[in-house]
Design a protein around this ligand. Structure first.
Ligand SMILES: [Zn+2]
Length: 416
């Protein structure tokens, strides 16, 4: 096992930070970080990553969706990946650091004397955030053999479909099935990512072992009332769709609070029609984003909320339609992978805190292919999806050293 001195860890962190900054400078806009899937910026970032992979000694290819793959040959493969697309006005660390950690860790084994009994693929996905097209995780889904062909028709704000964008990128949608790994080829998928939350910082720990990625439900609630004059319709005769929606939102907040942290529920978007100051709202759509690491608490809250909303609609004489446009179950991280990450963290003198991921990640798609695991890195203030995002070079170095220690401990037989 490699033993790292603090100087070596800091050297890894300094390199990682410089690489994070280099990718962070590749943006569609001069004043903020915007790097969307299948754009010129995606291409520049992918080229940069491919060059680093080659310098590290990896054999580089790119699939039909522009995902870059750096390979260290071996009988079975450990996949290490993350994404290089960003949200609009993003931070630099979310995604790129996971790719960079994979490259630096693979380089350690290429340059050093240790020989691994398995191969490594470092993967840089181009479409995790879903900021350009209304679909997320579609690059990792392609690698997992779970890409939905109907997604090719999805269009961005300018009417460009994914299919057209792939062709403009110089690739062919027909080749997407070739991006998929064959059954049994991938031993596991692991990802290093900033936490994007405050738990590690609060507990004063640099690294965390992820137990699983939480489940998520979108509940789309449409209340149908009746439009009317804001001055002439008496209060008792109104069927105000927005007042009903407001009650539903407060109910969702109360139910989530009552779970004492087990479930979080958010309404971040609301549509009000006709949407005029002097007209009683006739149609209101609110979308609840409900997430939890507990399958039963999650299901319980969704059921109670739906029943409560039905009661509100009935009492207020509102029409009601409830749909569930998104329902993703909990994705557990493999216990053996969790333990191997924990051992690697302990070997570096830190405490392996275990925590669930409240954000979605490529691992959710890769779990369809093979067991997954994740390592979280502390980020300042828990801030992410924001230019203020920051992780210290020392924590980045510790994360790369931990990934190296994990690879040394990784045993494909234990996760089979
Ligand atoms: Zn991310």
């Amino acid at each position: 096992m490699a033993a790292f001195s603090q100087d070596e860890i800091d050297a890894l962190g300094t390199r990682a930070e410089a690489m994070v900054n280099a990718l962070g400078a590749i943006s569609a806009e001069p004043d903020r970080l915007v790097r969307l899937f299948l754009t010129a910026e995606h291409r520049r970032a992918a080229d940069r990553v491919a060059a680093w992979m080659r310098e590290a000694g990896l054999e580089v290819t790119a699939d039909a969706r522009g995902s870059v793959r750096g390979r260290l040959a071996g009988p079975k493969r450990l996949l290490i990946g993350s994404h290089i697309d960003t949200v609009i006005d993003a931070g630099k660390y979310d995604g790129p650091f996971g790719v960079i950690a994979g490259i630096l860790a693979a380089e350690h084994f290429i340059r050093g004397d240790e020989r691994l009994p398995f191969g490594i693929d470092v993967l840089a996905f181009g479409d995790e955030e879903g900021s350009r097209f209304p679909a997320t995780l579609s690059s990792s889904a392609a690698c997992a053999g779970a890409f939905r062909t109907e997604n090719l028709k999805l269009a961005d704000r300018n009417g460009v479909t994914i299919s057209d964008a792939i062709k403009a990128y110089g690739k062919s949608p027909d080749d997407i099935p070739n991006a998929a790994y064959k059954a049994g080829e991938a031993a596991a998928y692991v990802e290093v990512h900033i936490e994007q939350g405050p738990v590690l910082e609060t507990r004063n720990q640099p690294l965390g072992v992820v137990t699983g990625i939480i489940g998520q439900t979108y509940l789309n609630i449409e209340f149908l009332g009746e439009a009317g004059h804001a001055g002439t319709v008496p209060m008792v005769l109104r069927r105000d769709a927005l007042a009903g929606a407001a009650e539903a939102m407060l109910l969702g907040e109360r139910l989530a609070r009552e779970t004492k942290g087990e479930v979080v529920a958010t309404v971040g978007r609301i549509t009000v029609l006709p949407g005029a100051t002097n007209v009683i709202p006739a149609t209101v759509v609110v979308v609840f984003d409900i997430r939890s690491a507990s399958e039963s608490a999650h299901a319980g809250l969704v059921e109670t909320l739906k029943n409560g909303i039905r009661e509100i609609a009935e009492r207020r004489h509102l029409g009601l339609t409830i749909t569930t446009p998104r329902q993703v179950g909990i994705t557990p991280c493999h216990p053996a992978i969790q333990d191997q990450f924990a051992e690697a963290i302990r070997a570096l003198g830190a405490e392996p805190l275990r925590l669930a991921s409240g954000a979605g990640h490529d691992g959710q798609a890769m779990a369809k292919l093979c067991p997954i695991g994740m390592l979280f890195v502390r980020c300042r203030g828990g801030i992410s999806h924001n230019p203020m995002e920051y992780a210290s070079p020392r924590d980045l170095g510790l994360a790369v050293a931990t990934l190296i220690g994990f690879i040394e401990r990784f045993d494909p037989e234990k996760v089979g």
